[in-house]
Design a protein around this ligand. Structure first.
Ligand code: ADP
Ligand code: MG
Length: 383
């Protein structure tokens, strides 16, 4: 039955692969930490089936709320399993699409773990890099196309864009302010003056990533804040040149580790921490508004409301494919934040009148039901 479930999952993901312009939402929650357990926390988030999660609210609420997603990964889901569900999208990048994946959630919920992971448990970024070069090499061996890969890595802190691939810029130097521009030729957004590194292989790209990560931490320390208070964007641009007619197509993959979504704390009533919190709040609201507009099939998508959404404009909507992770903590002490995150993510639900899209949605819904029935049957059999 495992093989059968894999087959159905595969079909389901092929459907996803086809859904251009759509936003898929995956929920992932981490295991309860030992430290939380010691403090008397209990897990209140439970995976109901492959697509649903239940949030149990303790007294005085004493209720359970269910949320449905395109996939749910619980604390025992290894990184491989999470990546399997997104691997196909890497092929889309090689085929000339813009693809974006981002992680949303409160600090400590597992965003960085999902996006970057650790040496022993690599996350989506290193896995995508391996997969990307594997696919590129395969196509190159066929001899019809040649590829150039470039990458840039930036951080958006409050309203400021920092280039993570160049040495720390001087404070307050206006000339170094990076501007967001549209590159009509390549059909992508780009940051004017950003360092775009040409990359020759997966290890080189991973080294670049590590370099950017290091700089992000240094910059955060210098500004007396935490790196979880900024948005991190890694963009990998893939240029494919057809050998017979020199036609070039561009694909881009953007991996985004968002700032923590936690709400204002009482301790942040003034000063820099408050400004920081307000700006994060603004940016995440702007992102939510864009996603909601896209989900509704609106003609007017408010990309220009924030630099974050301007940066992601080419990767959200249009022919772009988007995968969003909502990362959650399972701990009872975080239940309110978790509820807020789940509600935010639920806004991204697919509601569109596009005929083709609707047919796809029906098929996806059908497959989803089959998988849900399978996991139910499976848990019934378990002692
Ligand atoms: P965030 O980036 O959202 O602030 P992190 O990714 O840094 O959160 O995760 C917080 C802690 O929880 C880290 O120690 C991380 O290793 C651990 N963690 C997160 N997700 C998982 C998971 N799925 N399995 C095991 N540990 C996890
Ligand atoms: Mg993080």
């Amino acid at each position: 039955r495992f093989a059968e479930e894999q087959l159905i999952r595969k079909k389901y993901h092929n459907q996803i692969q086809d859904m251009k312009g759509s936003v898929r939402v995956f929920c992932r929650f981490r295991p309860l930490a030992k430290r939380e357990e010691d403090l008397g926390d209990i897990p209140v988030l439970h995976k109901a089936d492959a697509f649903s999660v239940d949030l149990q609210r303790l007294a005085p609420h004493n209720d359970t709320r269910r949320f449905d997603f395109d996939a749910v990964f619980g604390g025992d889901s290894p990184q491989e399993e999470v990546f399997r569900d997104w691997e196909d999208l890497v092929q889309s990048v090689v085929d000339g699409y813009n693809v974006t994946i981002f992680a949303y959630g409160q600090t400590g919920a597992g965003k960085t773990h999902t996006m970057y992971g650790t040496h022993d448990h690599p996350g989506l970024a290193p896995r995508s890099i391996d997969s990307l070069f594997h696919l590129i090499h395969r196509e190159e061996r066929q001899g019809r196309k040649s590829f150039t890969v470039k990458a840039y890595m930036i951080e958006l802190y409050k309203q400021e864009i920092l280039d993570l691939l160049v040495e720390a810029r001087r404070e307050n130097s206006k000339e170094k302010q990076l501007q967001i521009k549209k590159d009509a030729g390549r059909g992508i957004m780009f940051v004017e003056g950003v360092c775009e590194r040409q990359i020759h292989g997966p290890d080189e790209l991973k080294a670049v990533l590590a370099e950017g990560e290091r700089r992000r931490h240094t910059a955060a320390t210098a500004m007396n804040t935490s790196s979880s208070r900024s948005h991190l964007l890694l963009s990998i641009i893939v240029e494919a040149t057809a050998k017979d007619n020199d036609q070039v197509i561009y694909g881009k993959i953007t991996l985004c580790d968002l700032a923590g979504s936690e709400r204002l704390k009482k301790s942040e009533v003034s000063g820099d921490a408050l400004k920081e919190a307000i700006e994060i709040n603004k940016s995440l609201t702007a992102l939510g508004d864009v996603i909601e507009a896209l989900s509704k099939g609106s003609k007017n998508v408010p990309y220009r409301n924030h630099k974050l959404t301007m940066l992601m404009q080419d990767s959200l909507g249009g022919s772009a494919k988007t995968l969003m992770f909502v990362n959650c903590s399972p701990a009872s002490s975080n239940a309110e934040e978790t509820l807020t995150s789940l509600k935010w993510a639920t806004r991204a639900k697919q509601v569109t009148n596009d005929v083709k899209r609707n047919a796809d949605c029906k098929e996806v819904a059908r497959l989803k039901q089959v998988i849900a029935m399978m996991s139910q049957a499976q848990s019934a059999e378990e002692p």
